[in-house]
Write a protein that binds this ligand. Structure first.
Ligand SMILES: O=C(O)CCC(=O)C(=O)O
Ligand SMILES: [Fe+2]
Length: 344
């Protein structure tokens, strides 16, 4: 395989310290990052290192349970919640990501999708506490992006109200499996998260120190097209400062009439000497719109759709791209149980 082409690009870091008094300055920086890179790191966000460590500990405990236990809360495409393993196929690769994930929500989508406290003590409470903190941070970012687009401050906050039963916001625990080290005689590619864009408004990505692999490939011009460049940039959040990586999703790209960029990214399939081959944990918090949210940018570049329609269209586009990819490469049949996960 040809070596990966890398380019140095700056992924800006933005401090949310003294948010109320510095909101104009913070907005300026976030808007600039969203227009130019689509990715940025935030620091001084108010979620303590201990909280993040604790939820990562709970995540490891969850994934350590037997597959038959985790299968009691299977992934439901209809609700976009639950546990899946080696089941997500990205249109960019046509092969399943080598990972397992567990998606949690605040609302009705989560009914019957929690494991009980005897199986995993304290899990549900700690996960929900963490999700509420991630939501508060997201709401600060939403205020800034609403200002940047000339909407009322609470415009996006209202459309992503997690207290409503039709909330679609998702917190996803991710566990990538250890990958065999070089040499790799069969040339098999162990995809972690194949190149993709997220469908949500904004994603908060919590990384574990030293567990590298997240890479971005900016340059996409419209939210309705697929297309990948070939020059990647490693995202290396400042662990000392407890930085959280954030990215603009397709929803915000569309809602901003393509002004803010939803950028292709991946967790690299380890294949070169300095890549990270060990098991890897991360947490993604996807801000999804309530089903009845009304979505249209200030310039009305795209027709008005509801939150439910936006997600459905994104899924359909993803599915078609995957079919095209499979047809193009005349792939062999997929392993039993492979499916297309509906999350980003
Ligand atoms: O695991 C990561 O760091 C990134 C995951 C991601 O991009 C996703 O699940 O959409
Ligand atoms: Fe993603």
């Amino acid at each position: 395989m040809a070596p990966t082409k890398y380019i140095d690009r700056v992924v800006p870091t933005v401090s949310l310290l003294d948010f109320d008094s510095r909101v104009d300055k913070i907005t300026e920086k976030l808007v600039d990052a969203a227009e130019n890179v689509g990715f940025f790191c935030i620091v001084d966000h108010g979620i303590s290192r201990k909280t993040v460590d604790n939820v990562f500990d709970q995540s490891a405990r969850f994934f350590n349970l037997s597959d038959s236990t985790k299968a009691r809360v299977p992934f439901s495409p209809q609700h976009n919640a639950g546990w899946e393993k080696n089941a997500q196929i990205r249109p960019s690769t046509g092969e399943p990501d080598r990972k397992e994930s567990y998606q949690m929500q605040f609302g009705a989508g989560m009914d019957g999708q929690w494991l009980d406290d005897e199986t995993i003590p304290g899990f549900q409470k700690e996960a929900l506490d963490f999700m509420h903190q991630a939501q508060s941070v997201s709401e600060k970012l939403m205020i800034c992006f609403a200002r940047g687009l000339g909407f009322e401050d609470d415009f996006f906050v209202k459309a992503h109200d997690v207290r409503r039963p039709n909330s679609q916001t998702v917190c996803r625990l991710l566990h990538y499996f250890e990958t065999p080290k070089l040499p790799n005689p069969t040339g098999e590619i162990f995809h972690r998260a194949g190149a993709h864009v997220d469908w949500d408004l904004l994603t908060l990505l919590f990384q574990k120190t030293g567990q590298s692999g997240l890479e971005i490939c900016p340059g996409r011009e419209v939210s309705t097209s697929f297309g990948y460049g070939d020059a990647w940039t490693k995202v290396e959040p400042d662990a000392e400062k407890n930085a959280v990586v954030c990215n603009v999703g397709d929803l915000l790209m569309s809602w901003s009439d393509d002004r803010f960029k939803s950028t292709f990214h991946r967790v690299k399939a380890p294949s070169e000497p300095n890549d990270f081959y060990a098991e890897r944990f991360s947490i993604a918090f996807f801000n999804q719109p309530c089903k009845d949210a009304q979505i249209q940018g200030p310039k009305k570049k795209y027709p008005l759709v509801t939150g439910e329609e936006f997600t459905r269209n994104a899924m359909a586009r993803n599915y078609k791209a995957l079919q095209d990819k499979v047809r193009l490469e005349e792939k062999k049949p997929k392993a039993p149980g492979s499916s297309i996960a509906v999350s980003a």
